[in-house]
Unconditional design. Structure first.
Lengths: 273, 104
C-alpha cells in the first residue's frame, strides 16, 4: 500500500493506493462519520485482483487536513472526491461508501452519473433517517458543545460509537483511532464542525433521483445496526433499480471491520456485473 | 446476454428521451463487447446531455474497438474540451495521453 497527500483546492487530502491496476475500473473507498480510511483495512486486501484501489480520508478525518471552516456537506465532500479522482486521472470508478461515505457515493451516482461505474453502499446513510437521536441532540446543543471539556466530548463520542460494535473490546481499538483527531480543544472544534454539517436534507433531496441511478448497485447492512436500521437499506434497495441487498446477521454498524470477507464478496459480485 | 443489458434496452425502448438510460445501456453493451451498439447509444446520449468528458472517453473507447480511429480521436478532442470546461484537468490529461497513443 502506498499513501500520499494530495492538494485538492487548497487542502491536503490523504489517500492510500493498493491493487496492481489492470483492466478493471478503479475501486474507490469512502468512509463515514467519524471514521477514516482505517475502516477498510481488512477489506482492501480481499478485493479482486485487476483493479486499482484508492482509499480516501475525507477532509477533517484521519490524516487529511482539518476543515478550518471549509464546507463539510455531502456535496462538498463529493466534489472534493471528484477533484481528487481528476488529479489521480480516474475518470470512471466503482465507488464504495460506508455510512456518510454512502451518502457521498449516492450524490456522485446521481449528480455525476457518468463518473460512477458501480455503486456499493455499506451501512449507508440515506433519506432523512440519520443522524441518530443522540447526534441530533448533540447538534441541537452545539453552541454549548463548543464550551464543554474536550475530554468529555471525546468520551461521549467514544461510548456512542462503541454501540456500533457487537464486540466492544474489539471495537475499542478502532474507536480510539477514530476519535484521535477529535481530542483536545482543536479536535473538539473540528468535531463540532462535522456535527454541524450532518444534514439529512441532503440525502432526502437525492431520494427522488435514486431511481435514475444506472450504475449496478449493491447494498449491504448489518442486521443489528443501532444507528440506521435495516429499513434504510431496504428502502434504498427498493429505490435503486436492479440493486442487490444483503443483510449480514449478528453484525451492527461497522460492517467493513467485522465482516470484511462479506464486503469483499459483495465487491467481487458487483465488479462482475 | 446479461439481464441488465436487456433491462436497459427495454428502458430505452420505452423512454427514448431518457439519456441516462442510454448511457447505462452503452455501458452494458461495452461490457458485452457490443461496441457498435455502445457507440450508437453514446452518440445519442452526448447529443442530448452536457457531458463532463467521460461520455466522450467511453465513446472513444467503443470507436477504437471498432477500428474507427479517426472518429475515436474526434471523440477524445471533444472529451478534452468538455473536461476542461467542467474543471477536470486530470481527465483532460488522461484523454490527451490516449490521443497521443492513437496518433503514434
Amino acid at each position: 500500500m502506498r499513501g500520499e497527500f494530495v492538494d485538492v483546492g487548497g487542502v491536503r487530502l490523504y489517500y492510500y493506493a493498493a491493487g496492481n491496476g489492470g483492466a478493471g475500473e478503479p475501486i474507490v473507498f469512502l468512509h463515514g462519520f467519524p471514521t477514516s480510511s482505517h475502516i477498510w483495512r481488512d477489506v482492501v486486501p480481499l478485493v479482486p485482483e485487476g483493479h486499482r484501489v484508492v482509499v480516501v480520508d475525507l477532509l477533517g478525518y484521519g490524516r487529511s487536513d482539518r476543515p478550518e471552516g471549509r464546507e463539510l456537506s455531502i456535496k462538498a465532500h463529493a466534489e472534493r472526491v471528484l477533484a481528487l479522482l481528476d488529479i489521480l486521472r480516474i475518470s470512471y470508478a466503482t465507488i464504495i461508501g460506508h455510512d456518510l461515505g454512502g451518502g457521498i457515493a449516492q450524490y456522485l451516482a446521481v449528480r455525476h452519473p457518468t463518473r460512477v461505474a458501480r455503486l456499493g453502499l455499506v451501512s449507508s446513510v440515506a433519506f432523512d433517517s440519520w443522524p441518530t437521536r443522540e447526534v441530533r441532540l448533540v447538534k441541537a446543543t452545539l453552541p454549548l458543545t463548543r464550551y464543554l471539556p474536550a475530554m468529555w466530548v471525546a468520551s461521549v463520542l467514544r461510548s456512542d460509537l462503541l454501540r456500533g460494535y457487537s464486540d466492544v473490546q474489539r471495537g475499542g481499538h478502532s474507536v480510539d483511532m477514530y476519535i484521535l483527531p477529535f481530542e483536545g480543544a482543536e479536535g473538539r472544534d473540528t468535531l463540532v464542525e462535522h456535527l454541524a454539517a450532518l444534514d439529512p436534507d441532503e440525502t432526502e433531496a437525492l431520494a427522488p433521483r435514486l431511481k435514475d441511478i444506472v450504475a449496478p448497485t449493491a447494498i449491504v447492512t448489518g442486521a443489528h445496526d443501532p444507528f440506521l436500521g435495516i429499513g434504510v437499506a431496504e428502502r434504498l434497495h427498493s429505490s435503486i433499480k436492479d440493486s442487490t441487498l444483503e443483510v449480514i446477521s449478528d453484525v451492527r454498524h461497522f460492517v467493513p471491520e467485522v465482516a470484511p470477507q462479506r464486503v469483499a464478496d459483495m465487491i467481487a459480485d458487483l465488479v462482475a456485473r | 446476454m446479461s439481464s441488465r443489458l436487456e433491462s436497459f434496452r427495454a428502458m430505452v425502448a420505452q423512454h427514448p428521451d431518457n439519456v441516462l438510460a442510454r448511457f447505462g445501456l452503452a455501458n452494458e453493451a461495452l461490457k458485452e463487447g457490443l461496441h457498435a451498439e455502445a457507440a450508437e447509444q453514446l452518440r445519442a446520449y452526448l447529443a442530448a446531455y452536457d457531458d463532463e468528458g467521460n461520455g466522450f472517453g467511453r465513446l472513444a473507447l467503443a470507436l477504437e474497438k471498432l477500428g474507427r480511429v479517426d472518429e475515436a480521436k474526434d471523440a477524445l478532442h471533444a472529451g478534452i474540451a468538455a473536461a476542461r470546461r467542467f474543471g477536470h484537468p486530470g481527465m483532460a490529461a488522461e484523454f490527451e495521453a490516449r490521443l497521443e497513443e492513437l496518433e503514434e
